[in-house]
Design a protein around this ligand. Structure first.
Ligand SMILES: Cc1ncc(C[n+]2csc(CCOP(=O)(O)OP(=O)(O)O)c2C)c(N)n1
Ligand code: SF4
Ligand SMILES: [Mg+2]
Length: 299
C-alpha cells in the first residue's frame, strides 16, 4: 500500500539528485516539492540566491523544466513577460513561477514584485524565506527576525521581520498563502490552489537553513514544525480577500495551545545570545501577532 503522502504528492521527480545544496537544505526540498506539485508544464524564474547555485549549470541543471536565471531585482518582471508571451501564443495551461529568496523578495526584488502584483500578471511568486542572505555569507535581510544573529547583526537584529505576505495581500491579489516544510501536504495543496487561479499568486515558505540558523542538518523539519507549533510562523491563506488559518495553525488561536516560543528559539545558534528578557520580548511579539489574527477572524 502506498504511503498516504503520495495521494497528495506525486512520486515523479523534476528536481534531480546530486546538487551542491548543503545537507538539510530547505531550498532544495522546497523546490523539489514545488515541481512535484506543479508538474512539467512549469517555467521557473530564479534570481541570484542559493537556488541559482543549487540548480547547477546548463546543460547539467538539476531542474527538469525550463528555467531562467535573472538579475536580483528583475525576477517578477521577467516572469510577467514570460506569462504574457505564453498567453499571446495561446499557451494558457503553463505555470510561470518565481522562486526567490527573502533577500530577493523582501528587499531587492520588492518593487518588481509589487509591480507584477499590481498589474495582476498570471504568475505564482514563491519566496523561500531562510531569513538572511545565505548565499553570500549570512547577511541580514528585511525578513531576518528580531534579535537573530547574522554576520551583519553580530549582537542580534534590532528591527522586526518585514511582513511580506501581508504587504502582497494589500495589493488585493487573488491568492496569498504561507507554508512550512514540516507540512508538505499543506504546501502542495496551496501551490495547486494557486495554479488553478488566474492572476498574481504569492506563497511564502519558511525555510530553516542549517548553516545560517546554526542547527544540525538533521533538524530542518523539526525546526519547521516548532516554528508552527509555537505560533512563531502562522500557516494561513488569503483567498479572494478571505483570511483563513490552515493546518495545525487552526488550533492555535488559544494561547494555551501554543508551545512557548523559547522552545523554537533555543534550537538555533543564531539566538544563543538571547537573554530571558529578549525571549520574553519575542514571545510578546508573537502573542501580539495572534491578537491581530483573532481580531481579523472575528471581523
Ligand atoms: C544586484 C546584486 N547584488 C548582490 C548580489 C550578490 N548576491 C548573490 S546571492 C545573494 C544573497 C541572496 O539572498 P536571498 O535572496 O535571501 O537568497 P539566499 O541566498 O538566502 O538563498 C547576494 C547578495 C547579486 N548577485 N546581485
Ligand atoms: S546556505 Fe541554507 S539555503 Fe543555502 S544551500 Fe545551504 S542550507 Fe540551503
Ligand atoms: Mg535568504
Amino acid at each position: 500500500m502506498s504511503h498516504p503522502l503520495f495521494k497528495v504528492i506525486p512520486k515523479e521527480e523534476y528536481f534531480l539528485p546530486g546538487t551542491p545544496a548543503c545537507p538539510g537544505c530547505p531550498a532544495a526540498l522546497g523546490l523539489r516539492l514545488l515541481l512535484k506539485a506543479l508538474g512539467p508544464k512549469t517555467v521557473i524564474v530564479i534570481p541570484a540566491c542559493c537556488s541559482s547555485i543549487i540548480q547547477g549549470a546548463y546543460p547539467r541543471s538539476a531542474i527538469k523544466v525550463p528555467l531562467i536565471n535573472i538579475a536580483f531585482a528583475a525576477s517578477a518582471a521577467t516572469a510577467s513577460g514570460i506569462a504574457e508571451a505564453l498567453e499571446l501564443k495561446g499557451i494558457g495551461d503553463a505555470n510561470v513561477v518565481v522562486w526567490a529568496g527573502d533577500g530577493g523578495t523582501a528587499d531587492i526584488g520588492l518593487q518588481g514584485l509589487s509591480g507584477a502584483a499590481e498589474r495582476g500578471h498570471n504568475i505564482i511568486y514563491v519566496c523561500y524565506d531562510n531569513e538572511a542572505y545565505m548565499n553570500t555569507g549570512i547577511q541580514r535581510s528585511g525578513a531576518t527576525p528580531y534579535m537573530a544573529w547574522t554576520t551583519t547583526t553580530p549582537t542580534g537584529k534590532r528591527e522586526i521581520k518585514k511582513d511580506i505576505p501581508l504587504i502582497v495581500a494589500m495589493h488585493r491579489v487573488p491568492y496569498v498563502a504561507t507554508a512550512a516544510l514540516a507540512y508538505p501536504q499543506d504546501y502542495v495543496m496551496k501551490l495547486r490552489k494557486a495554479a488553478a487561479k488566474k492572476g498574481f499568486k504569492y506563497i511564502h515558505l519558511l525555510a530553516p537553513c542549517p548553516p545560517g540558523w546554526r542547527f544540525d542538518s538533521s533538524k530542518t523539519i523539526e525546526i519547521s514544525r516548532l516554528a508552527v507549533e509555537t505560533g512563531t510562523w502562522v500557516l494561513y491563506e488569503i483567498e479572494d480577500g478571505k483570511f483563513r488559518l490552515t493546518g495545525p495553525s487552526k488550533g492555535l488561536i488559544d494561547k494555551s495551545k501554543r508551545k512557548p516560543v523559547a522552545e523554537y528559539l533555543r534550537t538555533q545558534g543564531r539566538f544563543s545570545h538571547l537573554s530571558d528578557e529578549d525571549m520574553a520580548k519575542i514571545q510578546k511579539i508573537v502573542d501580539e501577532n495572534w491578537e491581530w489574527i483573532k481580531r481579523w477572524l472575528e471581523g
